[in-house]
Design a protein around this ligand. Structure first.
Ligand SMILES: Cc1cc2nc3c(=O)[nH]c(=O)nc-3n(C[C@H](O)[C@H](O)[C@H](O)COP(=O)(O)O)c2cc1C
Length: 160
């Protein structure tokens, strides 16, 4: 069974609600999903996953330090995430508050791990992944579900 890890950091619940929808989407596409706060994600979780989807609030137009810490820890497993499918999602307070640069900051780390990253085909205009502004609305949650399903389907193809 294809394994998808959804890791997120959330202080006030917006990114956590997005993470729930991403996980639901991945499950609907047949994946076995692990949904965890980034502080609880282990290096073994990363290695075991076929798809890794990471969510962060937008902090100063970048990922939160707690999320960066997971990527910093992952330097210990350089080479072992190659060809896994990756995607990112974020919640910001403002529509032009740096949500896209936050997604890119996450995708950059995945690319450095030689993961195969996917973006968003114009569903919310996020381009680089799912975005919610404040409390995620139905449109954002639907994009999150589609992101989870997209990663699960591609990861199934790549790992078969
Ligand atoms: C330290 C800090 C930095 C933030 N920086 C930004 C920012 O650069 N742009 C923005 O739009 N919102 C910013 N925000 C707001 C959060 O991104 C926003 O409230 C988000 O929805 C919080 O997600 P959460 O509910 O998952 O914690 C910041 C919040 C904090 C606490």
């Amino acid at each position: 069974m294809t394994k998808v890890l959804v890791g997120y950091y959330s202080q006030t619940g917006n990114t956590a609600r997005m993470a729930g929808a991403v996980a639901e989407g991945a499950r609907s596409a047949g994946a076995e999903v692990t949904l965890k706060k980034v502080e609880e994600v282990t290096l073994d979780d990363l290695v075991a996953a076929d798809g890794i989807i990471i969510g962060s609030p937008t902090y100063y137009a970048q990922m939160a330090a707690q999320v960066k810490m997971l990527f910093d820890r992952s330097s210990e497993i350089r080479g072992r995430l190659e060809n896994k499918v990756g995607a990112a999602f974020t919640s910001s307070a403002s529509p032009e508050g740096g949500n896209q640069t936050t997604l890119i900051s996450i995708l950059e780390c995945m690319i450095i791990h030689a993961m195969a990253v996917v973006g968003d085909p114009m569903e919310t205009g996020g381009h680089f992944g799912a975005i919610a502004v404040g409390d995620p609305d139905q449109r954002s949650l639907e994009t999150c579900r589609k992101t989870g399903a997209r990663v699960a389907r591609l990861a199934a193809k790549l790992s078969s």
